[in-house]
Design a protein around this ligand. Structure first.
Ligand code: FAD
Length: 401
């Protein structure tokens, strides 16, 4: 099979310490050097598998996205040797609270949800990606090529030939397997013709990082208010991330505008001048109907895009990588893996459905509601959360257990 990828942004010259010209062959080519592709490459290198990661961007993305890292992902990242550093640098959220109209309506204890990592960690995605890249390059300084875009591939049965542009011209890498970790728009998934069920949800948000002027310390707080939810999470460096449900996608967001919404709904005053990140976003969800096609495997956002509300997308991708790495290693060591691959596909698709449903439930909880209806719902929540077993179950669900 020969597949041309839809054209993407042009590759640019690499500016990091990563290798500049791809190798001619590797056991596995990973298309996409985001958090999921790099994590898979680390696991494979640790298993003695040779890997070439091709990343079209010349440098790490500066766009702030994920902050939340859940216990199962931390347990998995331990295998890559970076969980301890992340846990040291990040903020450990051991408790969450839902507030409404100045009252606490529910408390969640994440400490009971996991033995080894009894917290949800917050660390900006850009720092997480830096730690992953450092670990990857420590294992193999030539494993990552930046400014190298995959343009097409040919699956000729016995191997896959990956063609691309970058490092001063066209290149070809011959591999046993191509793993597409090329993000939600996944050009490789498109080229494969894999069915992708996608939906745009009506919810829109404005988010920003500000100096933390609250007394909430390491508490994660959800404000359930009639005009829509406000989420507030501690970040390293004395910052706090605020995420606000908005009526429509804000075209020209400003820190002062976000501060105004937070003040109006929660009473908190944000220091708009100290704002360090601002982003307005809508929500698209999608899932691929197949993860394995011939010698190509989809993982991460390429396999499933879920709502950012609930903070699970990157975690889910890492768990894909952890599930597929031993199967890939076994196949390259000559073991039959047909059943293991099918089981990987089934389990990861099922887990994506569960995580996506959880993220959508979080979104529904945060939608605007007339004050009377919200007061009734919150009274119900308050009563339900008096049962410790329910609180424990919700905490486990929130932390992807
Ligand atoms: C506002 C927001 C907040 C979020 N918060 C959280 C959170 O708290 N916790 C959480 O778990 N998740 C969160 N997420 C989701 C998380 O950011 C994604 O799930 C994660 O980045 C997916 O990683 P990935 O490696 O699969 O894909 P990506 O990060 O998209 O990386 C894909 C890479 O592939 C490269 N690429 C694409 N095409 C090619 C090609 N042809 N050749 C070479 N390279 C290519 C791209 O340049 C890119 O670097 C959030 C998302 C958003 C938008």
């Amino acid at each position: 099979m020969r597949a041309e990828l839809p054209s993407a942004e042009p590759p640019a010259a690499a500016v990091t310490a990563a290798r500049r010209v791809p190798r001619r062959c590797a056991d596995v080519v990973v298309a996409g050097g985001g958090p999921v592709g790099m994590y898979l490459a680390i696991l494979l290198l640790q298993e003695g598998v040779s890997v070439q990661v091709l990343e079209q961007r010349p440098d790490r993305s500066r766009h702030s996205r994920a902050i939340g890292v859940h216990p199962p992902a931390l347990e998995s990242l331990d295998r890559a040797g970076i969980a301890a550093t992340m846990a040291r640098e990040g903020v450990r959220i051991t408790h969450g609270e839902a507030r409404s109209a100045g009252r606490t309506v529910a408390r969640l204890d994440f400490a009971a949800a996991s033995g080894r990592y009894p917290f949800v960690l917050t660390l900006p995605q850009i720092r997480t990606e830096q730690l992953l890249e450092e670990r990857l390059l420590a294992l193999d300084p030539d494993a990552l090529v930046r400014g190298a875009r995959v343009d097409s591939f040919i699956d000729h049965g016995a191997a896959v030939r990956v063609n691309g542009t970058g490092g001063g011209g066209p290149f070809t890498v011959e591999a046993s397997l191509l793993v597409a970790a090329d993000g939600a728009r996944s050009p490789i998934r498109t080229a494969l013709g894999t069915r992708w069920s996608a939906r745009e949800l009506p919810d829109t948000y404005l988010m920003g990082d500000f100096p933390d002027g609250t007394d909430d310390g390491t508490l994660g707080v959800l404000y359930l208010e009639p005009e829509g939810i406000v989420e507030s999470f501690p970040l390293p460096g004395g910052l706090r991330r605020w995420v606000v449900h908005t009526d429509a996608l804000q075209q020209d967001p400003t820190p002062a505008g976000l501060a105004w919404l937070v003040r109006r709904r929660t009473g908190h005053r944000l220091d708009a001048a100290g704002n360090s990140m601002l982003s307005a976003f809508g929500v698209r969800i999608g899932r691929a109907h197949r993860l394995v096609s011939g010698r190509t495997v989809l993982i991460g956002d390429a396999a499933h895009q879920i709502s950012p509300i609930g903070g699970q997308g990157m975690n889910l991708g890492w768990l894909d990588a952890a599930a597929v790495a031993p199967v890939i290693a076994a196949s390259l060591h000559g073991n039959p893996v047909g059943t293991a691959l099918r089981s990987f596909e089934r389990r990861r698709r099922r887990d994506a459905v569960v995580a996506s449903a959880q993220a959508q439930a979080n979104m529904v909880l945060g939608r605007p509601l007339p004050a009377g209806a919200m007061a009734l719902r919150n009274a119900g929540l308050e009563r339900l959360f008096q049962f410790p077993a329910l609180g424990g179950a919700v905490a486990r669900r929130f932390t992807m257990q």
